[in-house]
Write a protein that binds this ligand. Structure first.
Ligand SMILES: NC(=O)c1ccc[n+]([C@@H]2O[C@H](COP(=O)([O-])OP(=O)(O)OC[C@H]3O[C@@H](n4cnc5c(N)ncnc54)[C@H](O)[C@@H]3O)[C@@H](O)[C@H]2O)c1
Ligand SMILES: [Zn+2]
Length: 359
């Protein structure tokens, strides 16, 4: 299967190459760098390190994935590693792993010598469709997630879909939540494609994975190119996320995979949209619910409460909105939906409506 290429039209533009052998393009992606270093997820390096053989010997820092990668301590370790490896501004750092490695490596690359190039080789579905594209980087602080970061676009992104074969089920489910979000933001054609690919995706079919990642990256590239620093339309990518962040906060971070919380958040955003009479196509809500359920994702809070075994009490969820960094303090803002590909940004909801949604 040949590689699909999506161009992110930022200044300068960069390619995202997608397909089962995308890592073969890695030597070419770093050809102009005077030196190259690798920041890898140690588990991914064990499982898929052989796919990097064409790169030859490069200085490598292997660390664990997960949120533990996104700390000030790890950021310091990566910066010291880049210095010890003798890298310059004209060198390239490759990240090889999930979204946590891309966020950490992207931040380190933006800081090292005031900015060096980074090439992402994402290996989770979530990182391929979301985290590795768009240039947002971050680490967590004790006060909350993603509180310190920069915008630093990668020079190239290689989404090798064959690496997804070893993803644990929870990680795959997490990626699928973002996939549904992206297709709904993309519009009718993306949604119809995802519905057609759903069975293939669940079966790990190579063509279905490549087609889905390509469609999601195309949507994200379009949104990012018109709003690289998230001042306007890019906020639409937070569809489902105000609800998801409150759920994750109440559940305790890690208890519910992020994309699974996003799935429930999408269901809640659609319910709110229907309640407010925003939906131009009343069938959309049932259609998205059916798609989420087919993909094994919760379409509302009762499904999430049941599958997770968590109580997620209404009052705690209400208080949990205070931890969302997007809206102004005390006024959580939501992305609602009027149709496939049509969003309402920055909507505030009455307390009564919120409480009934979360019940
Ligand atoms: N920058 C952005 O725009 C953006 C967007 C969305 C999410 N994010 C961030 O991304 C992070 C989540 O990313 P993630 O879900 O990829 O998490 P992750 O990087 O922690 O990866 C999840 C787990 O999967 C393992 N793993 C990775 N690839 C694997 C493979 N191919 N086979 C087997 N195991 C594999 C990792 O070791 C880890 O345990 C969050 O910190 C989130 O804030 C950033
Ligand atoms: Zn997300």
């Amino acid at each position: 299967m040949s590689l699909a290429t999506v161009t992110v039209a930022t200044e300068p533009p960069y390619p995202v190459r997608i397909g089962p052998a995308a890592l073969e393009a890695l030597p070419n992606a770093v050809a102009s760098a005077d030196r190259v270093a690798l920041l890898a997820d140690e588990r991914v390096l064990d499982l898929h390190g052989a796919s990097l053989a064409a790169l030859g010997e490069v200085p490598t820092l292997a660390i664990g994935g997960g949120e533990d990668a996104k700390t000030l301590g790890k950021l310091g370790a990566v910066l010291e590693f880049l210095a010890a490896a003798g890298l310059a501004r004209s060198s390239t750092l490759i990240t090889f792993g999930g979204g946590t490695l891309a966020d950490l490596g992207g931040l380190a690359a933006s800081l090292f010598k005031r900015g060096m190039q980074v090439v992402h080789a994402p290996t989770t579905l979530l990182a391929q469709v979301d985290a590795s594209v768009g240039g947002k980087t971050a680490i967590n602080l004790s006060a909350g997630k993603n509180l310190a970061g920069t915008f630093h676009q990668p020079a190239e992104v290689l989404c090798d879909t064959s690496t997804l074969a070893t993803l644990p089920a929870a990680e795959r489910a997490s990626g699928l939540g973002e996939v549904v979000k992206t297709a709904l933001i993309g519009g009718e054609a993306d949604l119809a494609l995802l519905e057609a690919q759903a069975d293939g995706l669940l079966a790990g079919d190579a063509a279905a994975l490549a087609a889905t990642v390509t469609s999601c990256v195309t949507v994200k590239a379009r949104v990012v190119a018109c709003d690289p620093t998230e001042r306007g339309p890019r906020r639409g990518l937070n569809l489902g996320h105000t609800f998801a962040h409150a759920i994750e906060h109440v559940a305790g971070y890690g208890a519910v995979p992020h994309g699974v919380a996003v799935a429930a958040g999408i269901g809640l955003a659609l319910r709110a949209s229907a309640e407010l009479g925003l939906l131009t196509d009343p069938a959309l809500e049932a259609r998205i619910r059916a798609l989420l359920e087919r993909l094994g994702l919760p379409a509302d809070l009762s499904a999430l409460r049941q599958s997770s075994g968590l109580a997620l009490p209404v009052d705690e969820l209400m208080a949990g909105f205070a931890h969302d960094k997007k809206g102004a303090v005390g006024r959580p803002e939501f992305v609602l939906v009027s149709g496939a590909g049509a969003l309402e940004l920055g909507v505030t909801l009455e307390v009564d409506l919120l409480q009934s949604l979360l019940a």
